[in-house]
Write a protein that binds this ligand. Structure first.
Ligand SMILES: O=C(O)CCC(=O)C(=O)O
Ligand SMILES: [Fe+2]
Length: 328
């Protein structure tokens, strides 16, 4: 049975041992090309912090739908923040068997991106009944973004670029979206927690609890289980990295089936390019892929900014909200 590689990314956080940095970057490059997925150990997010986030997340989802609806996504406007109920998201055209809280970088009303009316940028909505969630999310994001920056150094080095190539360009001001998902215990066949999809941006750093259910499609079409391994993060490549690298890094389709009989929680952080950044392919040779893409979209043919790409995707996943949010 295939299992994904485990990579200790601590050398990319410290950046003080050139040989270890190089070895780690090479491992990241190989895993990104073969699977588009790997486990990251040594990510620097303290266990106690993850435990705080987990407890507060459970408390939130245990609230009644009426209480959760106080921060329903409809209240988040174009910032696209807040709670959506079970079945409220259509990842592959069908309702997912999950509920979730959409969060992101918490931007003040005077942030230039908010003033300019950029979709997906703005203030988070916080539940009154679980006040500790705000601090737990804030602390977690600080640590997870630092881990993402370390990973991006590895990605750059693996592509023969200077370590700070992305930090100086398309992720100088990244688009940061964060979600907390709850997959209720229902293993009925054909009921996907998340339908097959690939992620839109550069990198996803996924925290998951102990229950499992995530699967990734290998290049030969087989599904590989991605069970939890302690508190390691699952890192995966998104569409923009596949486009940037002309197919060398795989934006691999994945899905969730929660057959654990328990409530499963997960915490994906999407670390993506600046909304206004053009995502132009790097001057490297194109890699041919044998499998057709899961959604028939050609990420390599797309052009424009990351924002253009993201908005096209998001409107399909939340058809009701898209009409409201982009009405004018
Ligand atoms: O919850 C998970 O394990 C995966 C979630 C996911 O794939 C996503 O949000 O893009
Ligand atoms: Fe995903």
């Amino acid at each position: 049975m295939t299992t994904l590689p485990v990579i200790d990314i601590a050398p990319l956080r410290a950046m003080d041992d050139a040989e270890m940095v190089e070895r780690t970057a090479a491992a990241i490059g190989a895993a990104s090309a073969e699977f588009g997925f790997f486990y990251a150990d040594g990510h620097g997010i303290a266990d106690s912090l993850v435990a705080r986030l987990e407890t507060a997340s459970h408390r939130f989802f245990a609230l009644s739908d009426k209480e959760k609806a106080e921060i329903a996504m409809a209240h988040g406007g174009i910032a696209w923040r807040g709670w959506f109920p079970l079945g409220g998201e259509l990842t592959s055209g069908l309702p997912d068997r999950k509920e979730g809280l959409y969060l992101g970088e918490d931007l003040a009303a005077d942030d230039p991106r908010v003033v300019a009316g950029w979709p997906l940028h703005g203030a988070n909505l916080w539940p009154r009944a679980v006040p500790e969630l705000r601090q737990a999310v804030g602390d977690y994001l600080d640590a997870a973004v630092a881990a993402a920056e370390a990973l991006m150094r590895g990605m750059a080095l693996a592509l023969g670029l200077p370590a700070e190539h992305f930090a100086a360009g398309m992720t100088r001001r990244p688009t940061l979206l964060f979600r907390i998902f709850h997959y209720p215990p229902d293993g009925a066949p054909g009921r996907f927690g998340v339908g097959e999809h690939s992620d839109y941006g550069l990198l996803t750093l996924l925290g998951q609890d102990g229950h499992g259910g995530l699967e990734v499609r290998a290049a030969n079409g087989d599904w590989i289980a991605v069970p939890p391994q302690g508190r390691m993060l699952v890192v995966n490549i998104g569409d923009m990295f596949e486009r940037l690298t002309r197919g060398r890094f795989r934006s691999a389709p994945h899905r969730v089936i929660n057959a654990s009989g328990r409530d499963r929680l997960s915490w994906p952080l999407f670390y993506d390019p600046d909304f206004a950044a053009p995502v132009d392919p790097l001057p490297i040779a194109a890699t041919a892929r044998s499998l057709p893409r899961w959604d028939d979209v050609d990420v390599h043919a797309a052009s424009g900014t990351y924002g253009d790409y993201l908005l096209g995707k998001v409107g399909k996943v939340f058809p009701d909200l898209a009409g409201k949010a982009f009405r004018d």
